[in-house]
Design a protein. Structure first.
Length: 438
């Protein structure tokens, strides 16, 4: 019962911290600098009052609802919050009629549809005539790819803005504001360490709502005294994984651990690789980040020595996307062990880097005429395609035709090793090069 004294009145007790701290201006909105920073496109549209129907695509807790509300207030429009989970065509038409009446008296309506991807085709089509007439400014929010989940007719009438997961610094700013803001814990003398704040931000994984809800739980479970409320490490560990307190996803330990994983796999040490991967997962790392690094490793360190490595790594990424934690940990372990035990070759990486250097430092050479496509009469007159040799017309399926620019004709980038399946590639490439030199 003592915990109830944290709030001044019953209404505050009933309202979650995230709701109490919802900003009502662009100046107080945190994150999405790529859209709302000075001079950025969405900010300009809002400030110039030139908004049109749009789709906000992004993960949960990044401010889609809040931003829609701010837009409505900034443009002096009526704001209607509509959920695709609890509404059908009947409710859509009722809201549309209300918006149409408002339009006739000169009032604009911003209709925010949360989880718009949950509407079926018929429900989405019900919005079309009202969007076309300008009865509403539709702002749909979705966590799914609009290209697949939103009808083409409706999508073509909306601008899509991609909202990103909040960065840890953004979440730290939100949490510190919650501790100082009178609508949050301002005036209650909450004692919580900067490390604990960062741990909550890391645990939230880009989700502002999760961050604020976790802070609220931690404060409610804090030690209450005459001096205020103290959030202890023990209390916080009940709200988040204890390991999150020991792992900063943007600090040195983050880079140390991913380096340890990468180098353990490169050294064909599956036990060490599993250990470092699990340290990251238990510390709250996004499994998709680890999966992305495995995909990179598959081509950078295994490459043509075992091309199946790339397929395994991509499959692990898909499994992480479908299942999430904790179920996907075994799929990551599968990929980590496969990559650790695969034969190693960095020939693709060295070829990529060597060629990249030439492209960046040397002049942009013209494409040789013989491998240009002469699709018009003028092009053919200029020699486009002249001298082209069709490899399939030869018994060897090879020709002596030069495909490199003259200044680079002797340059080689790819030097295969004898590891695994790449040994066959090496033998084949040597045979091809001997043929062309003869």
């Amino acid at each position: 019962m003592e915990q109830m004294t944290l709030f001044d009145n019953a209404s505050q007790r009933m309202s979650p911290l995230a709701s109490r701290l919802r900003p009502d201006s662009l100046e107080d909105f945190v994150g999405q600098e790529h859209l709302l920073g000075e001079g950025k496109i969405l900010r300009q549209l809002i400030e110039r009052d030139q908004i049109s129907s749009m789709i906000f695509w992004g993960p949960p807790g990044v401010g889609k609802t809040t931003l829609a509300s701010i837009i409505a207030g900034r443009t002096k429009s009526e704001f209607i919050n509509f959920s695709a989970v609890t509404s059908g065509i009947k409710e859509i038409k009722e809201v549309m009629n209300r918006a149409e009446q408002s339009r006739r008296v000169g009032l604009r309506t911003v209709l925010f549809v949360d989880e718009i991807h949950r509407f079926n085709k018929a429900q989405q089509d019900a919005f079309l005539p009202y969007v076309e007439r300008g009865s509403i400014i539709l702002i749909g929010a979705t966590t799914e790819n609009p290209s697949f989940e939103i009808n083409a007719a409706l999508l073509s009438r909306c601008r899509v803005f991609v909202l990103k997961a909040l960065e840890e610094k953004d979440l730290v700013r939100l949490l510190n504001n919650a501790l100082k803001n009178p609508a949050g814990f301002g005036g209650q003398n909450v004692q919580i360490s900067p490390d604990a704040i960062r741990a909550i931000a890391a645990f939230a994984n880009g989700d502002a709502r999760t961050a604020l809800n976790t802070l609220e739980m931690a404060v409610l479970n804090g030690e209450i005294s005459a001096d205020g409320i103290r959030v202890t490490e023990e209390g916080l560990s009940q709200c988040i994984s204890r390991k999150s307190l020991l792992y900063d996803k943007t600090g040195e330990e983050h880079y140390n651990l991913i380096s340890a994983l990468h180098k353990s796999m490169r050294n064909s040490d599956p036990d060490a690789a599993i250990y470092w991967m699990m340290r990251m997962l238990e510390g709250g790392e996004n499994p998709l980040y680890i999966a992305r690094r495995l995909i990179r490793f598959a081509s950078e360190d295994v490459g043509m020595a075992d091309s199946n490595a790339l397929q395994v790594a991509v499959a692990a990424y898909q499994a992480c996307h479908f299942l999430g934690m904790p179920e996907c940990d075994v799929h990551l372990t599968h990929a980590v062990v496969y990559l650790s035990m695969a034969p190693k070759s960095n020939a693709l990486y060295t070829a990529c880097e060597a060629c990249k250097k030439d492209v960046r430092t040397m002049r942009a050479e013209p494409v040789p005429l013989q491998i240009r496509n002469g699709v018009t009469g003028l092009m053919k007159e200029l020699g486009y395609g002249k001298g082209y040799e069709y490899a399939h017309d030869t018994e060897e399926k090879l020709t002596h035709m030069q495909c490199m620019p003259d200044s680079l004709k002797d340059r080689t980038y790819y030097h295969p090793t004898t590891q695994g399946e790449e040994k066959k590639t090496k033998e084949r490439l040597e045979e091809i090069r001997r043929f062309r030199e003869s």
